[in-house]
Write a new protein. Structure first.
Length: 85
C-alpha cells in the first residue's frame, strides 16, 4: 500500500507539497520513511546500534527530508511544528 499525504505529514510534520509528492512517488513504505527520518535526525544513535548504512532508496528519502540551507524542515530536537510522531 502506498503512502498518503497524511502518512507523510504524520512522520515529517509541516513539509511542502512538492516534497510530499516526491516521497509518495518514490514508492517507499511508511516504515522506510520512518527509518529515513531516524537516519536524517538521529544517525549517531542508529550507528551505535550497529545498523547497516542506508541503501539507495533510503538515501534518496534522507535527501528529500533533510533540511536544506534554508531550513525547510524543522529540526525535531527543536520541536515539531506540524504534527506528532
Amino acid at each position: 500500500m502506498s503512502m498518503t499525504r497524511q502518512d507523510v505529514l504524520s512522520i515529517l510534520g509541516r513539509v511542502d507539497d512538492a516534497t510530499i509528492a516526491e516521497i509518495i512517488a518514490s514508492g517507499a513504505s511508511l516504515e522506510e520513511l520512518r527509518e529515513a527520518w531516524a537516519w536524517a535526525f538521529a544517525d549517531e544513535a542508529l550507528m551505535s546500534e550497529g545498523r547497516p548504512l542506508p541503501g539507495t532508496r533510503m538515501a534518496n528519502l534522507i535527501d528529500l527530508i533533510q533540511p536544506d540551507e534554508e531550513g525547510d524542515l524543522a529540526d525535531p530536537a527543536q520541536g515539531n511544528p506540524g504534527g506528532s510522531h
